[in-house]
Design a protein around this ligand. Structure first.
Ligand code: PBG
Length: 336
């Protein structure tokens, strides 16, 4: 590598600052460009009518009742954002050890999907497939005697993916990290005639301390017993991410995701180079909180760090990014 670069020129005949002198020239040599088409906006939904509840650990992010979510979805569509992702705050009374609310066709998620599909065209809807918002144990799978069961959990996840598809969601996004769930969901969708339903796998999802604000937002923090280390990946591992992604592609994933985002851009690059499939990253709640918290204190400039971080995802190889800053980023990109 070093040799190749040294043969490409030498100071003082070569001066790398020449191309950087003027704005027009910097634009001309820019290698990566962030566009509104790269954004997926995660939104928290709650019960009620005309209510919006701020999420304390995510300044600027509100939980929305379904009617307000429909308005927000219209706004996102009008800005050119391709898709939104729905995350529900479930009434604690509806949470059970078998998480059966996950496949209630009249549950909050399905009602939110139907409402948006009825009123807003030209916007993709992505839904998580995982049990944590509905599970009284706060885990992504079913827990028995302290063990997170794999195959029983996959059965529930399959039911959840089916009801969300029937309600009109476009992309099923399993975020649970159980083994074999992509294949099981793909088969069940195909058997029901949903061959066109897309799957975005949270393929390399790490057991991360950056998810805490999200768990506050969906109200699962209190419920969660222990941690998620027996199913989410160890952040010390990188080769293992390639195995996870490879399995999910073979099982039928159309798109793959790495999560969290910024501390894992090396994984994005390896995945993109190894497989060349549509690759996404999730700039998660803790990353948002970290940036927003510093911006609120006047230590960082939100508009600038938002666009810089999102461009960094593109540079690492992402085809798109899930970010709570999607609407702000879309507005900033429209102004340029
Ligand atoms: C749950 C899920 C989580 C996130 C997306 N889906 C949290 C977790 O695994 O505990 C995190 C998103 C974020 O932090 O913004 N299956």
């Amino acid at each position: 590598m070093a040799k190749r670069f040294s043969t490409l020129g030498r100071y003082p005949t070569t001066r790398l600052r020449r191309n950087r002198r003027e704005d027009w020239s910097r634009r001309l040599v820019a290698e990566h460009r962030l566009s509104v088409n790269d954004l997926i906006w995660p939104v928290f939904v709650q019960e009620g009518k005309n209510v919006r509840t701020p999420v304390a650990s995510m300044p600027g992010v509100d939980r929305l009742s379904v009617d307000l979510f429909v308005e927000a979805a219209k706004q996102a569509r009008d800005l050119g954002i391709p898709a939104v992702a729905i995350f529900p705050e479930t009434d604690p009374k509806a949470k059970t050890p078998d998480a059966r609310e996950a496949y209630n066709p009249d549950g909050l998620v399905c009602r939110a999907i139907r409402a948006v599909k009825k009123e807003v065209s030209g916007l993709g809807i992505l839904c998580d497939v995982a049990l944590d918002p509905f599970n009284s144990d706060g885990h992504d799978g079913i827990v028995r005697d302290g063990i997170i069961l794999n195959d029983e959990s996959v059965e529930a996840l399959v039911k959840q993916a089916i009801v969300q598809t029937e309600a009109g969601a476009d992309i099923q996004a399993p975020s649970d990290m159980m083994d074999g769930r992509i294949g099981a969901i793909r088969k069940a969708l195909d058997d029901k005639g949903y061959q066109h339903e897309q799957i975005m796998s949270y393929a390399a999802k790490y057991a991360s301390a950056f998810y805490n604000p999200f768990r506050d937002a969906i109200g699962s923090s209190g419920a969660l017993k222990g941690d998620k280390k027996t199913y989410q990946m160890d952040y010390a591992n990188s080769d293992e991410a390639l195995r996870e992604v490879g399995f999910d592609i073979e099982e039928g994933a159309d798109m793959v995701m790495v999560k969290p985002g910024l501390p894992y851009l090396d994984i994005v690059r390896r995945v993109k180079d190894a497989f060349g499939v549509p690759t996404y990253a999730y700039q998660v709640s803790g990353e948002y909180a970290m940036l927003k918290g510093a911006c609120e204190r006047g230590w960082l400039d939100w508009d600038k760090v938002l666009i810089e971080t999102l461009t960094g995802f593109k540079r690492a190889g992402c085809d798109g990014i899930l970010t709570y800053g999607a609407v702000d980023a879309a507005r900033l990109l429209a102004k340029k």
